[in-house]
Design a protein around this ligand. Structure first.
Ligand code: PBG
Length: 327
């Protein structure tokens, strides 16, 4: 058989396959999302996310060190307050749970890069991502509180803030307040392209943040839309976002690629709780191999163009990179 092109030539040997790999991953681009709750000596497993826990502030250290030792040098911290109210006061209280967590994390693991998720839904009694006017989230009133939340996180030691609320104008509002207080060098990672997704179900279980009525469709995006994703990304770039995120990751690779190609800033993607829960459940049932599915999902996000990858599997991915399985 006279075949000029034999693509298999480059697949015949493990060293060669690795040499010609098109997608490279580095542990330094992994971010681990971590839940911190009030209380003491708490490490409580999240029912729908086996292997993930809610830590009390005094138990954070062991997890931070474990991650750091595995090569994961960045965490995104979510606070779970013991009390919630209409205005989500716990989100911007100087002694709020997430503020305490930042202070502790800075001491316990000084090399760790700390990112704050800026949103109200874990802190409001109604579970929506902002303050209400009737049954609707009041965009402009919420901006002030989000800005306060971001500022309080940075004052407590967050190195970067990541607004996830999907209010219009929040990147500009946060940039303004950070600059006003002298934090001109603190970057904003905007959850710019965040869809109203059923993949967040287990997170809401973990953070006790499901909306008490209605849904988030009046602020998070409709997943039929591609051009609107572009609009959201562009607006946030104009407002001063330093990094933009596409969320969820697994089913939105088309948009990761599009936004990567069309912007000049780093792109992040978040492999969310439902992605994790599905892998765990299927693996526990014996239907798929957990580690290889996890690797394939992560590599697909990098192949799509993600620069940062936020994943509950961050530590396990770092180990696979270390062992040369991926990356
Ligand atoms: C807060 C927030 C959510 C997630 C990240 N930040 C929940 C939501 O929007 O309902 C989801 C993360 C995950 O599912 O892992 N607004």
């Amino acid at each position: 058989m006279e075949l000029i092109h034999r693509p298999r030539r480059l697949r015949g040997n493990a060293a060669l396959r690795k040499m010609v790999r098109e997608t490279r991953m580095d542990k330094s681009s992994l971010v681990y999302p971590m839940f911190v709750a009030e209380g003491s000596n708490l490490k409580e497993e999240i029912h729908s996310m086996p292997g993930q826990y809610r830590y009390s502030v005094d138990r954070m250290e062991e997890k931070l060190i474990e991650l750091y030792d595995a090569g994961v040098s960045s965490v995104m911290i979510f606070g779970i307050p013991s009390e919630k109210d209409e205005k989500g006061s716990g989100a911007y209280a100087s002694d709020g749970i997430v503020q305490k967590a930042f202070r502790k994390a800075g001491e316990a693991c000084p090399g760790m890069y700390l990112i704050g998720d800026v949103c109200m839904c874990e802190y409001t009694s109604h579970g929506h991502c902002g303050v209400l006017k009737g049954q609707e989230v009041d965009n402009d009133k919420t901006l002030e509180l989000l800005a306060q939340t971001a500022l309080s996180q940075v004052q407590a030691g967050a190195h970067m803030v990541a607004p996830s609320d999907m209010m219009d104008g929040r990147v500009a509002a946060i940039r303004r307040i950070l600059d006003e207080y002298g934090y001109v060098d603190t970057p904003i990672l905007s959850y710019a392209v965040k869809f109203a997704s059923s993949f967040y179900g287990p997170f809401r279980d973990a953070a006790d943040s499901a909306p008490a009525f209605g849904d988030r469709k009046s602020y998070q995006m409709d997943y039929h839309n591609r051009r609107e994703a572009w609009k959201e990304a562009m607006l946030d770039v104009e407002e001063g976002a330093d990094i933009i995120m596409v969320k969820p990751a697994m089913t939105y690779g088309d948009l990761i690629r599009e936004i990567k190609d069309g912007t000049h800033i780093p792109v992040a993607s978040y492999s969310v709780s439902g992605e994790y829960a599905m892998v765990k459940a299927a693996a526990q049932a014996g239907f798929v191999d957990e580690s290889s599915i996890m690797c394939e999902m992560a590599v697909s996000a990098y192949r799509a163009g993600t620069d940062l990858y936020i994943s509950y599997f961050a530590k396990e991915l770092a180990e696979c990179i270390e062992r040369g399985i991926i990356g």
